[in-house]
Write a protein that binds this ligand. Structure first.
Ligand code: HEC
Ligand code: HEC
Length: 238
């Protein structure tokens, strides 16, 4: 190769990569408002961000990759945990995480501050980050729905989850609400035995939990539900 050809390749390569990089940066900046739903960024969300800073939540937690790596990332915490579960975890971490070896401190966050944190985490949870990093990504939940439909949907536990309206508060795949934790997320942390015991009297297991007791169900029904939920676990995630 002549020196001239080598220089030509260098310049064409460098300049076209640069043009691509600048173009994509410009395109990203242009779509920020749409990707972040800037129109929903109201005073409550901003107040929530201030609370997040005031209590240094990001010393331990990350949002969109920024912060400390000690505790779970909170970018999708709203969709993974739901509102009531976030409230309980911030208000009483010592009971919510009683049986965990990792410790989240009790910071005596005021109730109205907790509401603003929920507003903030709801807004953050809706940022379209193009599924990156793919942790808690919608694709993963969709795969869970597919697995569910492909067999488990016929299980008695799945039928009971539908019959007892668990999805009026919990989400599963693309269905359900965000008051309590996502059923797939529960399955990554709890085994069937724990879930069956919890259903009898949630308050006794996690003081302050806003989850109704299902003590009218028979023990075998609770066991079936528990086995169904724990079967949702995606073993690749801790
Ligand atoms: C000293 C470190 C530390 C600080 C500061 C801290 N947390 Fe945590 N947090 C943790 C740990 C550790 C966990 C995980 C506990 C577990 O799963 O056992 C956690 C868990 C959580 C969870 C549940 C996450 C999940 O996916 O299960 C939420 C929500 C949360 N924290 C919110 C907050 C908010 C909001 C603040 C600020 C007001 C805050 N945390 C401050 C350490 C901290
Ligand atoms: C009225 C709303 C509501 C309904 C209906 C409901 N839940 Fe819950 N559930 C919650 C909330 C809120 C929490 C979070 C409690 C907390 O923060 O620890 C929860 C927590 C749980 C947990 C414990 C999660 C954990 O890891 O700590 C399990 C298991 C559970 N629900 C299963 C079910 C099942 C199964 C059904 C249906 C039979 C059901 N829930 C119906 C609101 C509800």
């Amino acid at each position: 190769m002549s020196e001239r050809a080598a220089k030509l390749i260098f310049w064409i390569g460098t300049l076209s990569s640069l043009a691509l990089f600048l173009g994509m940066t410009w395109d990203t900046h242009r779509s920020f408002a749409a990707l972040t739903h800037a129109d929903r960024l109201d005073a409550n969300v901003i107040a929530g961000k201030r609370v997040f800073e005031k209590y240094n939540c990001n010393d331990c937690h990350t949002i969109l990759g920024f912060g400390g790596y000690y505790a779970p990332d909170l970018t999708r915490a709203y969709k993974r945990l739901g509102e009531d579960a976030i409230r309980l975890r911030v208000a009483s971490p010592e009971t919510a995480f009683a049986d965990s070896y990792r410790k989240m401190p009790q910071q005596h966050v005021k109730p109205e501050e907790i509401e603003r944190l929920v507003d903030f985490l709801r807004w953050v949870g809706n940022i379209d980050n193009n599924d990156w990093p793919p942790q808690d990504s919608d694709t993963r939940w969709k795969a869970a729905t597919r697995r569910l439909v492909g067999g488990a949907a016929m299980s008695p536990g799945a039928a009971l989850v539908a019959q007892e309206n668990c999805l009026s508060c919990h989400s599963l795949g693309e269905a359900g609400e965000h008051r309590g934790p996502r059923l797939e997320y529960i399955s990554t942390r709890r085994d069937a035995q724990w879930i069956a015991r919890y259903l009898v009297n949630p308050e006794a297991v996690t003081p302050g939990a806003q989850m109704p007791a299902f003590d009218k169900l028979s023990e075998s029904q609770r066991q079936a539900i528990a086995e169904f939920i724990s079967s949702l676990a995606d073993r690749r995630t801790p």
